[in-house]
Unconditional design. Structure first.
Lengths: 319, 344
């Protein structure tokens, strides 16, 4: 059995729009190991959600190779076999938008069970749904036959998680699952996710822009900027010894609440905004905002190089 | 007192719903002095927005105010006539709304909407925008300017404002309809509108929820600098505790429609007393790691039949029988640190 659950090689996704080609994902390669939580951070427009959607087959890649447990899945979703679809699932950002308002919680959670033929009769279905709702901390007797409109934001997201784990997938993409929630509910949902990962031996691709969340759930973190990886490292190294100027910029703009956190923040002036994905700067994409940029940064694109053990950085200055 | 900009006293308000009247605000108290920045924190559904909307009376039509006072510079807002209220909204209170997509008109371009704000709030009434100005100018070259401003004047001003809020392509934004912009862009347009004319009080109702941390950081710094320069007051309503901590001097923690704890920013973050405040602060994921706290058990109360006594007791880890029967009022436990809890 291979150690890598997922292997992505030179993945590209370009969208054609009226005003030009948008390079949403531009040549990224990475591996996700079994049972890890691989974190993707970046500002909005950096292509992190697109990456998640490509893996799920919602978008088909323009170029590149995706191997899931050794099988190539870079083909469109329709051509994916049912067993692969059963083995990967996704939780979306907006819990309201991803649940059918006319169905009950029972319908929503039982649908994947029926599609994949995991249950034989109604009685068994009810039993499975009951157990799934319990595992996401919802009282089945109260919630089973309610509709999404009667649920709070946190409860909706819990239902979405129950649906995602219904088929017992080994790989789940979590696309900002808590960004629409209150902090108090966010903590609860995160705890549920961590417990479930343990229980079902799942691998997560966790997408968020919240570095605080990332620190507490991910085992490895990659930072994305305009469709490319800027830095990739183990979580504690990523936060304690960030190398790339962009990582430092993000860290220093993170609003903290305690003094110990304040010490972790590099001292850096925060300026500028992520440029439009249509007019991508030449050379290193970050050079327009980078305080250390030199001539070479404008001309040549830096490669993602292994600087230390398992710590990859794409920057001329650091390398 | 003259230096009090805003004083909310025992405000009780709610909404008429089909299930009955919901009693959202219960004896809500809040004070803002000149130059002071106040933070209001709490979960959604705690009455933060209701309070802020009642200050300049833009509550939904099913809202009912059952008692209390809202004094803006010594005048009771609740007794104002519509004409005075309009004046208050134009000249007194500035608001950054929570939902930018609901507060921009989908039928007009951003330029038109920004111009409206600029001409209504900044000028003294003599120099309103004259749509025929450009036409006149081309026809009669020698026409004397009568003090009215033309399109270009406002466009330039708008561009400057949009640049201030770090929009990377202000020209395009001005020529767009709101649906052509992303959530973050719309939010920044709304912020630009409120910065068009700074007034005595700025109410920012979750102004940065749709923004990236880098932009949030820059925009909040900008607002803070502008306010400090003129010594103006602000209320920042937010759930992003980190941002609140950097921005404000004093924090009101709100739960279930009443204030449960008031203190300076340091007190609230370092020695919070109320179990709810402690829970909220623990919920924030830390950069230093250490996993997640349990969160706060339960949910915000239901307002049609709210819990008697302390509204927090069903969720409170240290609740006792007294909490069920007695409604705690704000008690000063230390200097400038007020807590509404039986345990205090």
């Amino acid at each position: 059995m291979e150690d890598n659950m997922l292997k992505v090689k030179n993945l590209k996704k370009y969208f054609e729009t009226d005003s030009g080609i948008v390079k949403a994902v531009d040549d990224i390669s990475f591996k996700i190991k079994s049972n890890e939580v691989f974190g993707l951070v970046g500002e909005s427009g950096s292509g992190k959600s697109t990456t998640g959607k490509i893996l799920m087959g919602i978008h088909s890649p323009t170029k590149g190779e995706i191997l899931f447990k050794g099988k190539d899945i870079s083909t469109p979703t329709r051509e994916r076999s049912l067993s692969i679809k059963k083995d990967m699932n996704m939780v979306f950002q907006d819990p309201g938008g991803s649940l059918d308002p006319t169905s009950t919680v029972f319908d929503i959670v039982s649908l994947p069970l029926k599609i994949h033929g995991l249950v034989k009769n109604k009685k068994e279905t009810v039993k499975r749904v009951y157990k799934l709702l319990e595992s996401v901390d919802l009282d089945p007797d109260r919630f089973m036959y309610r509709r999404p409109n009667d649920l709070g934001q946190g409860e909706k997201q819990a239902v979405a998680i129950a649906r995602a784990i219904a088929t017992e997938p080994s790989f789940v993409v979590l696309d900002e699952p808590t960004s629409a929630l209150d902090v108090s509910i966010q903590a609860k949902i995160m705890n549920i996710l961590i417990e479930l990962q343990d229980e079902y031996d799942m691998t997560y691709l966790f997408i968020t822009h919240d570095l605080g969340l990332m620190r507490n759930i991910a085992t490895r973190v990659a930072i994305m900027y305009l469709g490319e990886f800027m830095e990739l490292a183990d979580t504690h190294i990523f936060f304690e010894e960030p190398l790339h100027p962009y990582t430092k910029l993000l860290l220093s703009s993170f609003p903290t609440t305690t003094e110990e956190e304040e010490k972790l923040k590099p001292d850096m002036e925060v300026k500028g905004e992520i440029p439009s994905a249509i007019n991508i700067p030449s050379g290193c994409k970050f050079h327009t905002r980078c305080p250390f940029s030199e001539n070479i940064c404008k001309k040549e694109k830096p490669k993602l190089i292994e600087k230390k053990n398992d710590h990859y950085v794409a920057c001329h200055i650091v390398n | 007192m003259s230096d009090k900009i805003l004083e909310i006293k025992n405000l009780n308000a709610g909404y008429e719903t089909y299930r009955g009247v919901s009693h959202v605000l219960k004896n809500f108290n809040l004070e803002v002095e000149k130059g002071e920045k106040i933070g209001v924190i709490g979960e959604s559904g705690c009455g933060k927005t209701t309070t802020m909307q009642s200050v300049n009376q833009i509550l939904p039509s099913n809202a009912v105010i059952k008692g209390g006072e809202i004094n803006f510079k010594g005048e009771n807002v609740l007794k104002m006539k519509e004409k005075e209220l309009m004046k208050l909204r134009k000249k007194g209170v500035n608001m950054i709304p929570q939902d930018p997509s609901a507060s921009l008109n989908p039928l007009y371009k951003v330029e038109t909407q920004l111009r409206d704000v600029l001409e209504i709030s900044t000028e003294d009434g003599t120099s309103y925008y004259n749509p025929f100005m450009n036409l006149f100018k081309s026809k009669f070259k020698n026409l004397k300017n009568d003090g009215r401003k033309d399109k270009d004047y406002y466009r330039e001003k708008s561009l400057k404002l949009l640049e201030d809020v770090k929009l990377s392509d202000p020209e395009r934004v001005l020529d767009s309809y709101p649906f052509q912009l992303s959530g973050g862009m719309k939010q920044r347009v709304c912020i630009a509108m409120s910065l068009a004319s700074l007034k005595d009080l700025l109410i920012a109702d979750e102004p940065t929820t749709n923004l990236d941390v880098t932009i949030q950081h820059q925009v909040l710094n900008l607002i803070k600098n502008l306010l400090d320069k003129e010594n103006l007051s602000a209320i920042l309503v937010s759930q992003a505790l980190g941002a609140v901590k950097k921005f404000v001097d004093k924090i009101y923690v709100v739960y279930g429609g009443s204030v449960v704890e008031v203190g300076t920013t340091e007190t609230i973050f370092d020695d919070a007393f109320h179990p709810y405040t402690q829970g909220l602060i623990e919920c924030m994921p830390k950069l230093t790691g250490g996993g997640f706290s349990e969160g706060i058990a339960g949910q915000t109360p239901e307002y049609v039949n709210p819990p008697t006594g302390c509204r927090f007791y069903p969720r409170c880890p240290n609740s006792s029988n007294e909490c069920k029967n007695n409604t705690p009022s704000l008690i000063e436990v230390e200097k400038n640190h007020f807590v509404a809890c039986e345990g205090a």
